[in-house]
Design a protein around this ligand. Structure first.
Ligand code: NAD
Length: 411
């Protein structure tokens, strides 16, 4: 199923509940602007290579567009379009004053040198610098991109428009970033997992967790839940997967990954398991924190976890979601649970504009408050309307965007 068709199905379920008109649905589903650019660069070998970059600016009814930049070989316009719409609903669910956008470059970052990635990033900025900026559209890191790349974006943007740290978020702390941004998505995933366990009356210590993906989101989620005395029984990344019923040594895994360019291949502290085995593992909470579309109708019946927490964007296809619903598996949706990153990005943007910096404690406190309140609103709506947490989150997000559209007017 195409990524846009999947997000459309989730949107429609909420739009039905909200009784939105056909014309409002069409307006909300249509992207404001979609851009595709070519990115020719000279490789280290001296050869010429041309990459394709995308930026989809979905909806700015509630404020400037906001969304990550993904570097992955499978990036295409349909995926970026779907992820941009998710950002619109996500910023609205946590009620921060942004719209939604997404960007990406079809490139395998693991196969490119740092210098090549810098050339790609700077050339992308050359192509789209007049389409983004502090009051227009603010990129951030996503899969395959990191704080250093955000620093290159700020620096390159500044060559055209002058000093503008708020043109991009997720920057290094020593280069106009803020402490706590890097951990924010994983921290939010961990914190809301604990909230859900509390709501379901389950004991937190010893909760058995399986995590797919050990990058920015996966590592911080693992560390947060490990610190909360959960047992991380399985972890995988693109190179390997490991299982240990008594719990993996998460800190040792983090050290290992750090020493091996972020890869887990060769780690000795657990039994090998495949990604398919991890998704079907007997555990209490399954956390997909890597690619989209990993839970589909082909493997949904095999899932044994009673709780799925969507740290990744769009990990569950609608057919799988329907199967989970029938099997009473609780799914905490991406647009709620992984919103910690964009929320901390908002803090960074606000502070860049004020030329001020909060300490880590204030960042964590504000983040926990905003995510906690959003979780409660979604939980209450799901209870009162007898809908899934996903439909409730979409109702909250889509409803707020529709309201802002009416208030702002369209003419
Ligand atoms: P990342 O690039 O830092 O890490 C990705 C991880 O996924 C790596 O460990 C990689 O090895 C692993 N992976 C890739 N292909 C895999 C496969 N086929 N099987 C298993 N593992 C695989 O990316 P990230 O920033 O951690 O993002 C992960 C997910 O979270 C994405 O869906 C992203 O859109 C979403 N997300 C990220 C943020 C953020 O702040 N970084 C915010 C919200 C949502």
């Amino acid at each position: 199923m195409r990524a846009t068709d999947a997000t459309r199905i989730y949107f429609d379920a909420a739009a039905d509940q909200l009784d939105l008109s056909a014309s409002m649905r069409r307006l909300l589903l249509t992207a404001k602007r979609e851009v595709q650019v070519s990115i020719p660069i000279e490789l280290d070998s001296g050869e010429l290579a041309t990459f394709i970059g995308y930026r989809v600016q979905h909806n700015d009814a509630r404020g400037p567009l906001k969304g990550g930049l993904r570097y992955h070989p499978q990036v295409d316009l349909d995926e970026v379009r779907a992820l941009a719409a998710l950002m619109t609903w996500k910023t609205a669910v946590v009620n921060i004053p942004y719209g939604g956008a997404k960007g990406g470059v079809s490139v395998d970052p693991a196969a490119r040198s740092t210098r090549e990635l810098e050339r790609i990033t700077r050339r992308l900025v050359d192509e789209i610098h007049d389409l983004f900026g502090p009051d227009v559209d603010i990129p951030a890191p996503d899969m395959g991109t990191n704080a250093d790349m955000m620093a290159w974006i700020m620096n390159q943007y500044g060559k055209y428009h002058g000093f503008s740290p708020a043109c991009v978020t997720g920057k290094p702390v020593d280069y106009h970033g803020i402490p706590g941004r890097e951990e924010a998505t994983g921290r939010g995933v961990g914190a809301l997992t604990l909230k859900l366990l509390g709501r379901l009356g389950r004991r937190i210590p010893g909760t058995r967790i399986a995590i797919q993906g050990f990058g920015n989101v996966g590592t911080h989620t693992a560390k947060f839940l490990h610190d909360a005395e959960c047992t991380i029984v399985a972890v995988s990344d693109a190179t390997a997967g490991f299982h240990r019923e008594e719990g993996l040594d998460v800190l040792e895994m983090l050290r290992y990954a750090q020493a091996h360019s972020g890869r887990l291949e060769g780690f000795k502290g657990g039994d090998a398991l495949t990604n398919a085995e991890l998704l079907a593992l007997d555990c209490d909470v399954l956390i997909p924190a890597a690619l989209g579309g990993v839970l589909h109708k082909g493997n949904a019946e095999a899932v044994r976890a009673p709780i799925i927490v969507e740290a990744a964007n769009a990990p569950t296809e609608p057919e799988a979601d329907a199967i989970f619903d029938r099997r009473s598996i609780t799914v905490v949706p991406d647009i709620l649970v992984n919103a910690g990153g964009v929320t901390a990005s908002w803090f960074e943007w606000v502070q860049n504009r004020q030329h001020y910096q909060w300490g880590i404690n204030r960042v964590r406190q504000e983040l926990d408050r905003i995510l906690g309140e959003s979780f409660e609103q979604v939980w209450q709506l799901a209870q009162s309307r007898q809908v899934s947490l996903r439909t409730a989150a979409y109702m909250l997000g889509v409803g707020r965007v529709a309201k802002a559209t009416v208030l702002g007017g369209v003419a």
